[in-house]
Design a protein around this ligand. Sequence first.
Ligand SMILES: [Zn+2]
Length: 269
Amino acid sequence: MTLQCIKIAAQQANPVLVGIFVILMGLVSQGCERKRSGESFLLECKIGADQGRTISGSWEVRPIPIAFRVTNSSSSNFTPSEMTEVLNAARTWNQFFEVSMGFPIFDIGPSGNPYTTTEPLVPDVCNGATMISGNNFVREMIIEKRTSGWTTAQEDVLAITDFCSPGGIMRFAQLRFNYQFFHNAGQRDPDLESLALHELGHVMGLNHSCQAGQAGEGFPSCGAFPSSHEYIQAVLFPGLNFINGVGQIRRALQDNDMGRANCAYKAES
Ligand SMILES: [Zn+2]
């Protein structure tokens, strides 16, 4: 099982978590509106020589349907505006995929009527679980608004995507946002679209652009690079900054995100 999360503060390392955050004060948004034009998307497979293991896999069946979990507790259901923010992030990935790969990566449902589900998340995404049968999805990629029961040892984790990719083939993914320790009055308030853009990168099989701890084979250490470096600027950088409790905006894909997505999906398309 691979567990991918995004954290906001340096705490003690949890060996289960791939991403530990590095504080980078002064890191501001990147002026990348050109990326939204559709004409300046990075169209080639481009991955750092030290990033060789930062792609876990890819989905053979696409697009990936994404569904918001609905429960009996209304506070644990996404509001329409929250759903819009998540769907905007999915659209950003889709715009890039359409141009570069010729297909969308996410199925976000009919306009104004996103998919919902009452299915719970599974406890173990690699316990024989699969979202695919043949060439069809039999289960959506479920997105949960978790308002209770979040592991307190991970209370500084903004969101977690866990996924299973045996042999580099994505089989299962699910995503939960931490609405227990974030987003509420008196708590830090991350930009949900920025956060979703990052997590959806994990959903498609991308690992972090770099990791906060020691570098490993195929995993560069974030601390080795200046804030201007593409690994630090990437949406898949393992952290978001907060200023006075307000989360950083990072709603545009960066070259390192697009380059790695191309490596994961372009060759086999
Ligand atoms: Zn992450």
